[in-house]
Design a binder for this molecule. Structure first.
Ligand code: SF4
Length: 76
């Protein structure tokens, strides 16, 4: 897991469902982290991101046209 050793944090990919329009580029850039529901909206993994995940998640966040994806630090 990609932990911030200074603060004991894990990083997780999150989506704001209000902002998301279901275009789906995130699923192409981070296929291991994102699947889609029957309406085509993303469901992001709940697991903490390891370094490889974090690279893909960062690319997906940067490419999201609605700024609906983000990476959240958490303690669990
Ligand atoms: S790229 Fe952004 S707007 Fe498109 S489906 Fe993914 S989260 Fe939603």
């Amino acid at each position: 897991m990609a932990r911030d050793s200074r603060h004991g944090l894990n990083r997780r990919l999150r989506v704001n469902p209000v902002a998301c329009d279901g275009v789906g580029i995130c699923g192409h850039l981070a296929a291991e982290l994102v699947r889609f529901d029957s309406w085509g909206y993303p469901i992001v993994t709940e697991r903490a991101l390891d370094q490889r995940d974090l690279n893909r998640a960062t690319a997906a966040v940067a490419a999201c046209p609605k700024r609906a994806l983000f990476i959240q630090d958490s303690r669990y």
